[in-house]
Design a binder for this molecule. Structure first.
Ligand code: SAM
Length: 268
């Protein structure tokens, strides 16, 4: 597990409570994860999520994953946990606007300590967000605590790929992204097994590099003025952001960073 001292939850809250979070939503849409709808559907299929389940989205952001699961997988109820109040306001408003207020509840908390009851969920869900959580052992223990016997912990995440990050690359990448720690698939395997879960899948989705190419093209060929508006027409900042995105694109093509997909089940 790579660690970057000096980055913590307050940095992440600043990102998602401000312009940078809006910029991610501009580029990626409401589903702020690699691969959008296709990625969510792939994850739900691989986890075998059937209708009528109760789940919790850890790092629910604006609630897009919860709405996806209610609409397209017919989840009976989704709880969402997030630590950024502005994102939870957006999540509540969007769920209400789509007629889902009665099937959604929200908790403002660190996902490592949600306060939700033991074994209360058929599944725990996360999409490309656990990379922001500093204490990954505590997060995985919390996910394992929340899921019922027979239920699944199901997530995608940005992880270190087989290409491997040098210390310098990791510091630049994690500093830009505000990732306090960065896991490899092996790290997640150890944590999931250590929490008593049986791993069913630990895959590289292959979506990371093509999506990075897409985002760079969107920023430079279509959405430039929208992006500039969000960051107060600061051309220098725009150039700097473009440069960091191009650096991540290089890491992606060298398979130093990939999108991992994990399904792990609590024994019945
Ligand atoms: C990339 S967004 C999540 C995207 C969302 N899963 C989706 O697919 O649309 C990251 C979110 O994680 C939240 N977050 C990061 N670290 C957290 C923590 N330790 N506890 C709770 N929320 C956290 C941020 O507030 C932000 O809303």
């Amino acid at each position: 597990m790579k660690t970057l001292p000096g980055i913590g939850l307050s940095n992440v809250q600043q990102v998602y409570g401000g312009a940078e979070g809006d910029l991610w939503e501009l580029i990626m849409g409401q589903q702020i994860h690699i691969g959008g709808f296709a990625s969510s559907m792939d994850l739900a299929e691989k986890a075998g999520l059937r209708e009528g389940l109760r789940g919790v989205d850890l790092c629910c952001c604006n609630g897009a994953g919860m709405r996806f699961l209610i609409r397209f997988r017919k989840a009976a109820h989704m709880a969402g946990v997030d630590a950024t109040p502005a994102m939870l306001d957006r999540a509540r408003a969007r769920c209400a606007a789509e007629g889902m207020a009665d099937r959604t509840t929200f908790v403002e908390a660190d996902v490592c300590a949600t306060g939700l009851p033991d074994g209360s969920m058929d599944f725990v869900w996360g999409e490309d967000a656990w990379c922001y959580v500093a204490d990954k052992p505590a997060l995985i223990r919390e996910a394992a605590r929340l899921v019922k016997p027979g239920g699944a912990v199901v997530f995608t995440d940005w992880v270190e790929g087989p290409g491997g990050l040098s210390e310098e690359e990791a510091a630049r990448f994690m500093g830009f992204m505000k990732f306090p720690t960065f896991a490899s698939p092996g790290d997640y395997r150890r944590l999931l097994e250590g929490a008593g879960l049986i791993i069913e899948r630990a895959d590289d989705t292959g979506r990371y590099a093509p999506c990075l190419d897409l985002y760079l093209r969107m920023l430079t060929e279509q959405l430039t003025s929208d992006a500039l508006r969000i960051i107060g027409y600061d051309m220098e900042l725009m150039q700097a952001l473009g440069g960091e995105m191009a650096f991540i694109q290089q890491l992606a093509h060298a398979r130093k960073v990939v999108q991992g997909l994990f399904v792990a089940r609590r024994p019945s």
